[in-house]
Design a binder for this molecule. Structure first.
Ligand code: SF4
Length: 104
């Protein structure tokens, strides 16, 4: 951790959308699962400073990767995944009905 990047988060506070009150950046760094950073830390802090670069530089690579993977998918991607699942379920149902029809 370089002294310059270490100073970036110091003393910063914001209103937490989950808790409703003021929290420090330091709190956000450790309040997630297993004492890791909160999964919303990118969303909450990007307007205050370059939080992505800061975390990339200061967190162990595996912890940073976990944080990146926890970011919510864009809505359109989620919708496309749901549509694909529905399509697959419909084809499976049709195959099952066809199979049933052949057996009777
Ligand atoms: S990063 Fe998490 S704990 Fe910190 S302000 Fe955002 S939601 Fe709250």
């Amino acid at each position: 951790m370089s002294p310059e990047t270490d100073r970036e988060g110091e003393g910063l506070e914001r209103r937490c959308p989950r808790l409703g009150g003021l929290v420090s950046f330091r709190y956000c760094l450790t309040c997630g699962e297993d004492g890791e950073a909160c999964f919303k830390i990118f969303d909450c802090w990007w307007e205050k400073f370059d939080v992505v670069s800061y975390l990339k530089e200061n967190l162990p690579p595996d912890q940073f990767a976990r944080l990146e993977n926890k970011q919510p998918k864009p809505k359109i991607q989620s919708i496309l995944e749901i549509m694909e699942k529905v399509k697959n379920n419909v084809s499976t149902d049709r195959e099952a009905k066809n199979q049933k029809g052949r057996n009777h």
